[in-house]
Ligand binder design. Structure first.
Ligand code: ADP
Ligand code: ASP
Ligand code: MG
Length: 404
């Protein structure tokens, strides 16, 4: 029997009672003969509370201290679980990121894992321990504590599964699998038995927060089978894996939304070479990711350029773009954070024409105005007014999943 990595999210460890439930799930795998590593998030709401605390102390908290602070929620849950397991007669040991050591770069708030030293964990597993690791955190070369971005415990779990060649990585959460769309928004959402890494990656990147995008990237790279399961029932589950012939070849596998979007427009810029580079280079130097970009057709030597960033980056992006806009002779910068992105995803779109037209018509029929569009081989995304998000998801789900 090989190694199993189990990850439990915030709602699954929200109090000691729920942590006892986690303990029984870990023990079940252990008694079945597996080595077990459990990766935990902080209790539901705790990371938000810590973030608010940091911002109540200073408008722009020092990033090193901020990461040290917001990583503390996980220390509470891993130690509580280990205490529970020990009290139930099972040997268990908790590890913080630096104790493992989960080495990352120094990009605070969105650090990337570069290496995991597996020795300490392997020694504990050999002794028969259930190893309990704090998700979401790592340590850089200089011993500074770093965090991996919101939802980062998924990535901690998959990274550990990859580094220790686990048989599988089970992600336990508050829904019983990956659905065609967020089941908490659309009652008609359908659970998928299997989904390919590529489709799951697009879904995660466009807002389906059930898995952090980097965890899917890593699972694909190291071929880790990931099962998304419910912490509260044994039914259901979704396997995230390589695309295979048996997989349902639906045109569409999922519909996603992302309300964490802000749209920035630079108005009336002289249309000449180098303009885009001068706008986007300072953003990338500040580690701000730009998502969709559109540049309007030039008229009399001037153009408008619109792009989206994550809401949390909006203020910094605006400051940065306003400075450049002055230098390049743009008229003004407009910001709109009352937007959302809705996306449809499916590998089958490659070989089916007309899906985009159907998507646009579905939204037009409901009077939803599309502000921006972007496409890839397996995805179409539209930026719309935020208040239409649920309506868009519901009608797109109805129309696009209706058998032809
Ligand atoms: P955890 O705290 O366990 O990490 P998250 O809140 O990060 O849980 O992710 C689970 C949530 O993801 C669900 O409660 C659900 O609302 C949301 N979600 C969004 N899209 C989907 C989808 N397509 N399938 C399943 N869940 C989804
Ligand atoms: N506790 C962290 C967060 O809320 C990490 C996670 O839940 O995966 O983002
Ligand atoms: Mg999560």
């Amino acid at each position: 029997m090989g190694l199993v990595v189990q990850k439990f999210g915030g709602t699954s460890v929200a109090n000691v009672e729920k942590i006892r439930n986690v303990a029984t799930r870990a023990i079940r795998e252990k008694n079945a003969g597996h080595d077990v590593i459990v990766v935990l998030s902080a209790m539901a709401g705790e990371t938000n509370r810590l973030i608010d605390l940091a911002h109540s102390a200073a408008e722009s908290p020092d990033e090193r201290e901020y990461d040290s602070l917001i990583s503390t929620g996980e220390q509470v849950t891993i130690t509580l679980l280990s205490i529970v397991l020990n009290s139930m007669g099972y040997r268990a040991r908790s590890f913080l990121g630096f104790q493992v050591k989960i080495l990352t770069d120094t990009a605070y708030k969105k650090a990337r894992i570069s290496m995991i030293d597996t020795l300490a964990i392997e020694q504990e597993l050999k002794k028969g321990s259930i190893v309990v690791v704090a998700g979401f955190q790592g340590v850089d070369e200089e011993n500074n504590i770093t965090t991996l971005g919101r939802g980062g415990s998924d990535t901690s779990a998959v990274a550990l599964a990859a580094a220790l060649h686990a048989e599988r990585c089970d992600i336990y959460t508050d829904v019983d699998g990956v659905y065609t769309t967020d089941p908490n928004v659309c009652a008609k959402a359908r659970r998928l038995d299997k989904i390919s890494y590529d489709e799951m990656l697009e879904m995660a990147m466009t807002g389906a927060k059930v898995l952090q995008p980097r965890s899917v990237e890593m699972a694909k790279k190291y071929d880790v089978p990931v099962y998304v399961k419910s912490s509260f029932t044994d039914a259901g589950g979704t396997l995230v894996t390589k695309e295979d012939k048996e997989m349902e070849r639906e045109i569409l596998s999922g519909i996603t939304y992302d309300r964490d979007q802000a749209k920035i427009t630079v108005v009336h810029i002289p249309d000449k070479p180098g303009i885009a580079a001068s706008l986007f280079t300072p953003l990338s130097e500040r580690n701000i990711s730009v998502d969709m970009i559109i540049q309007n057709a030039s008229s009399q030597g001037f153009t408008d350029l619109t792009f989206t960033v994550s809401k949390k980056d909006m203020k910094e992006a605006q400051k940065c773009v306003e400075a450049t806009a002055k230098d390049i002779g743009a008229q003004k910068v407009e910001v709109d954070d009352d937007v959302a992105k809705v996306s449809i995803i499916g590998v089958g779109m490659v070989s089916h024409s007309g899906v985009a037209a159907k998507m646009f018509k579905t939204m037009a029929d409901e009077g939803i105005n599309i502000m921006m569009i972007s496409t890839s081989e397996i995805k179409i995304s539209c930026v719309i007014q935020r208040k239409y998000t649920e309506l868009a998801i519901t009608v797109l789900h109805l129309f696009l999943h209706r058998p032809d």
